[in-house]
Write a protein that binds this ligand. Structure first.
Ligand code: HSE
Length: 414
């Protein structure tokens, strides 16, 4: 079977490398040899072992009936979307690692694939090399999935791990992540949580069998997390992680991406560096955790090639369809319930403590001996709705006894 690769970046070149290196075992598994016939990219790669396969002309791929599968590793929603539509409309299967495209245009692309009798597969879009899309859509299909909780971004998990282990600031850890090739030159999508948001939207759409729109998911990143926050978390026998959660609530879906205080007893607390982990809760299976390298050239490429092998073996068409509900399917963020760690700088500690109790009722104070911080009160709230929390935080900011609310970090419930 001949395939084409669109985009010879980190993942695209990794796909060509995996096929070149593991060609024989891939052929054994697929039942026939898989060959890369063309690679589309506007850049020149004179030193690449794949240079003979390069083209800048998409017509050489879409007009070639011998190319049955197209791997899209361009990323984004511009050219990637246009080429995916072209490929599916021409009756070619498409395999991608492009989470943004799947999260934003998944319903239309899956329908187009189904209408054309081909597959649109995206195992590599979430969790890099961790098998999660297929387990969720096939192996766990007998379960009613009640919830998903995960660490879905390798870059931010690396940064948070580095900050804690090496007592460095967010900025220093980010710089280190960039030097080591983990974070992009523009790390916004990772550090502000957008990448995690797209991934939890994809997982939720599969788990709950209807489209979950990533633009409706409340998303916060880690750029405001400091070492002091981590030390308070430590005093709670916890760590801070960027956590994605989604669950059914009645006939609606709740999803959120935010930094969270995670108890050391929780299985996600021990997930370090670039590793990702996803806990899926099903009614029959209970909790199942998927763990592994969530980013990187070869882990992600291996997930792309696994989808290619699946198509070659089964030659099936996509059956998964994500319906957009006509009415709103999301729990309004303000109605969702949370508990938080709140840090407030006090002008007068005892007055501030009284004001906190008046506003929040009884709270648990968190005591941490942090160098240079002696004017703060840190406390954990009881469970309350996000709107109620926002009102109380706004009122706390107005108190004369309080100089500043330093940070508000959610606590991951077990
Ligand atoms: N930037 C992503 C991460 C790559 O760090 O997890 C994998 O999707």
């Amino acid at each position: 079977m001949d395939i084409a690769i669109l985009g010879y970046g980190v993942v695209g070149s990794g796909v060509a490398e995996v096929i070149r290196k593991n060609g024989r075992s891939i052929a054994d598994r697929a039942g026939e040899q898989i060959r890369v016939r063309k690679i589309l990219d506007i850049r020149d790669f004179p030193d690449s072992p794949d240079r003979e396969l390069m083209t800048r002309d998409p017509g050489e791929i879409f007009g070639d009936p011998g190319i049955k599968i197209v791997v899209e590793t361009i990323g984004g929603t511009g050219a990637a979307r246009e080429f995916t539509i072209r490929a599916l409309s021409a009756g070619k299967h498409v395999v991608t690692s492009n989470k943004e495209l799947v999260a934003v245009h998944g319903p239309e692309l899956l329908k187009l694939a189904a209408d054309n009798g081909v597959s649109y597969l995206f195992e590599a879009s979430v969790g890099g090399g961790i098998p999660i899309i297929r387990p969720l859509s096939q192996c766990l299909a007998a379960n009613v999935i009640n919830g998903i909780t995960g660490i879905l971004n390798g870059t931010t998990n690396y940064i948070l791990t580095k900050m804690r282990r090496e007592n460095c600031s967010f900025e220093e850890a980010l710089k280190n992540a960039q030097q080591n090739g983990y974070a992009e030159a523009d790390p916004t999508a990772d550090v502000e949580g957008h990448d995690t948001c797209r991934k939890i939207a994809i997982l939720s759409s599969i788990a709950f069998n209807e489209y979950v729109d990533c633009s409706r998911i409340h998303t916060e990143g880690i750029s405001r997390i400091t070492l002091a926050d981590m030390l308070y978390a430590e005093a709670m026998d916890s760590v801070i992680k960027l956590i994605a959660v989604s669950r059914r609530e009645g006939d609606r879906i709740f999803a959120r991406v935010s930094p969270a205080v995670v108890s050391r007893e929780h299985p996600l607390a021990g997930v370090e560096d670039v590793f990702n982990a996803i806990v899926v809760s099903g009614d029959a299976i209970g909790d199942a955790m998927f763990y592994g390298r969530g980013a990187g050239k070869l882990p992600t490429a291996s997930a792309v090639v696994a989808d290619v092998i699946d198509i070659v073996k089964h030659n099936e068409r996509t059956k998964m369809v994500w319906q957009r509900r006509e009415t709103d399917n999301m729990v309004p963020f303000g109605d969702s319930v949370t508990r938080c760690l709140v840090r407030a700088k006090a002008r007068d500690r005892s007055e501030a403590a009284a004001d906190i109790e008046r506003l929040f009722g009884q709270v648990d104070h968190v005591r941490a001996d942090i160098k240079g911080i002696d004017d703060e009160l840190a406390f954990t709230t009881s469970r309350m709705t996000e709107s109620s929390l926002a009102e109380r935080i706004a009122a706390l900011k107005q108190m004369k006894s309080v100089k500043e609310v330093v940070n508000v970090i959610r606590i991951l419930e077990p």
